[in-house]
Design a protein. Structure first.
Length: 291
């Protein structure tokens, strides 16, 4: 996979076997449903949010829903410029403002830029949604290369540390951080060993960061989606032969849509969840997991 090169030479950012990830939503035959389903009620009025991986999928659905609820949104993404522009236009169509920033969140300097550009534009930061991620299916643990292992951790968990470090000086009482973990953290995934491991780290990070920040009035929670129809899966995140059956093993018998997940992020971002921190919500099609 071609990624922007990190400033840390210890991390190798090219993984040749997944050249098209995370993929363009504009190229999908069956488009994910990301449009907000209900009228807004100003639950994020005058707030500023950063949503990573917001060019498509869950990130797009969350960004546009936040905009409908009154938030100004920084759309962080890797290199899917057409998708990101569509997300920006959708946010603006909701009567809000949005900016788009392309680059590799595995690079700490880029994470610093995402936060600084947001502050330079709007002068504040109220909500940080750490949603961006990548996955690479492998049938055997010996197939996971050093490069892939480093890349997956770099994107999925290191980026969260980098972004929170950059955002921390700007987060005031009432701010919220929401991380995207996964059902795979709770029930495992035999072909997603490194990905599932990062999701376990994200859940532990969420709970520990909550303990670290709760006394400052900053809440930290997470969302653990099940199988959701996004570009990540048909563009290499799942083996091609598994795509027709994707999500059918859930109790609901189907994959979820991004706009079925975004309301969880909204709930955790706004005052509706003012007495929740260190928690995980589970939009996963009815799969029962431990919290």
């Amino acid at each position: 996979m071609t990624q922007q090169t990190s400033t840390d030479a210890a991390f190798i950012t090219d993984i040749a076997e997944e050249p098209r990830m995370p993929g363009h939503e504009s190229e999908m035959e069956r488009k994910p449903q990301w449009q907000p389903r209900y009228p807004g009620s100003d639950r994020l009025k005058d707030k500023v949010a950063i949503v990573t991986g917001a060019d498509s999928g869950i990130g797009r659905a969350t960004a546009v829903l936040f905009a409908r609820e009154g938030a100004k949104v920084c759309i962080s993404y890797l290199n899917e410029h057409d998708d990101a522009q569509e997300t920006k236009e959708a946010c603006e169509a909701e009567g809000s403002e949005a900016i788009i920033i392309a680059g590799d969140l595995g690079d700490k300097a880029h994470c610093d830029k995402v936060v600084q550009d947001t502050i330079d534009r709007w002068g504040r930061l109220d909500v940080l949604v750490n949603n961006a991620g990548e996955q690479h299916p492998d049938k055997d643990i010996t197939d996971i290369t050093v490069e892939q292992l480093q890349r997956t951790f770099q994107t999925n968990i290191f980026s969260m540390f980098y972004l929170v470090q950059a955002a921390r000086p700007h987060l005031k009482k009432g701010a919220a951080i929401i991380n995207c973990t996964s059902v795979t953290m709770y029930k495992g995934a035999e072909i997603l060993l490194d990905y599932s491991a990062t999701k376990g780290a994200i859940t532990a990070f969420t709970r520990s960061l909550s303990e670290n920040l709760v006394s400052e009035g900053i809440r930290v929670n997470a969302v653990a989606p099940g199988p959701i129809w996004t570009p990540l899966n048909p563009f290499g995140g799942q083996p091609k032969e598994k795509i027709p059956e994707f999500g059918k093993d859930t109790p609901m018998g189907r994959p979820g849509e991004p706009n079925e997940v975004a309301p969880c992020f909204l709930f955790l971002a706004c005052e509706d969840s003012s007495y929740m921190s260190g928690q995980v919500l589970h939009p996963n099609g009815g799969t029962i997991v431990g919290n």
